[in-house]
Design a binder for this molecule. Structure first.
Ligand code: V0V
Ligand code: CO
Length: 146
């Protein structure tokens, strides 16, 4: 069951400048940052609020590490802006299989590694009314070593 908005992914050209905008304008601080080479992103997670399912909602600021990555290609075409939304679930495997069964393309056969040790998969935007949609299961608290 999808129980929260886990994050909104925002593509940017310059992560440091974008982080500074969110800090100076809204007071949001970086909760965690990392490079995910498989996804081709350098990212910063800004925690907005905790959620009633025990998780939290974040903004995920994304700078591409290479031009041919998903975010690099998207930025070249669209410029900066909202790139994807992510729903949180305790069971990304079960929920993604159930959604696949409804005829929506799930991009990975098995969930891959996401921010803070989470497990993630994506639904094709063309099957979701133009919205690239991610499903996330957060790492157990002990494993989420940020
Ligand atoms: C592409 N399209 C999008 C889109 N990206 N539509 C809405 N939102 C997006 N973000 C549209 C694009 O305009 C095209 O439509 C069509 O899909 C095909 O796009 P393309 O430019 O030819 O690109 P593809 O097909 O090579 O790749 C698109 C997909 C790719 C969605 C398959 O971006 C992908 O695999 N994304 C999943 C991985 C990802 O996004 N990683 C970065 C975040 P027209 O022009 O044909 O109408 S990593 C992350 O979130 C992490 C680590 C985390 O949360 O922990
Ligand atoms: Co994401």
């Amino acid at each position: 069951m999808l129980t929260r908005i886990d994050h909104i992914g925002i593509a940017c050209f310059d992560l440091d400048k974008t982080v500074e905008f969110y800090r100076a304008t809204y007071g949001f601080e970086v909760f965690h940052s990392e490079v995910n080479e498989e996804q081709g992103v350098r990212e910063a997670m800004l925690k907005i609020n905790e959620t009633s399912d025990g998780g939290a909602s974040y903004l995920q600021l994304l700078e591409p590490t290479r031009e041919d990555s998903a975010v690099g290609k998207w930025l070249a075409k669209n410029g900066e802006g909202v790139h994807h939304i992510a729903f949180g679930t305790a069971d990304v495997d079960g929920d993604s299989e159930a959604i696949r069964g409804k005829g929506v393309r799930v991009l990975y056969d098995e969930p891959r590694t996401g921010s803070m040790g989470s497990r993630i998969t994506f639904l094709h935007p063309k099957d979701c009314h133009g919205v690239l949609t991610e499903l996330v299961t957060a790492a157990p608290p002990a494993a989420a070593d940020h």
